[in-house]
Design a protein around this ligand. Structure first.
Ligand SMILES: [Zn+2]
Length: 143
């Protein structure tokens, strides 16, 4: 189901809590992760989404890939390299805003898949930027 995007800065400034396995089960069974995907797909400009942007306060993000969106649970950046690059960012919660933000060009992220399995992946450039933007959301940090 497509959800309304939260635009209230105060609500979005709250840090999301870790998603435990039982909660992840609830998120899966109640279709919350599917709601995130439906909501992300409903906006052609969307390249990523954090759970609190549709009103849930657990650490889950979506990141666009070649075929759709990857859900990452409890994502954690454990390596930042390649230097920092300034680039324009947009945010579904703040249409019209296009600030230049400094981000690491290359990051390695540990996360859990929706099944609960732990995975590691490396992101470069634009994708690294998206992941850093979405993880900032989970920490209540906004552009
Ligand atoms: Zn955003």
């Amino acid at each position: 189901m497509i959800k309304k995007i939260v635009t209230d800065r105060k609500k979005l400034s709250k840090k999301c809590g870790k998603c435990f396995f039982l909660e992840l089960d609830i998120f899966r069974n109640n279709g919350i992760i599917n709601d995130m995907i439906d909501t992300a797909k409903s906006d052609k400009t969307c390249v990523g989404l954090a759970s609190n942007q549709i009103g849930y306060d657990r650490r889950i993000i979506l990141v666009k890939n070649e075929t759709g969106f990857t859900a990452m649970v409890n994502p954690r950046i454990f390596c930042k390299t390649g230097g920092i690059k300034k680039g324009i960012e947009t945010c579904l919660s703040f249409p019209g805003l296009k600030p230049k933000v400094r981000r690491y060009r290359r990051i390695k992220v540990e996360y859990q898949e929706v099944t609960g399995r732990t995975n590691w992946v490396e992101f470069y450039e634009d994708y690294a930027r998206i992941v850093q933007h979405e993880i900032d959301h989970l920490n209540g940090k906004l552009i």
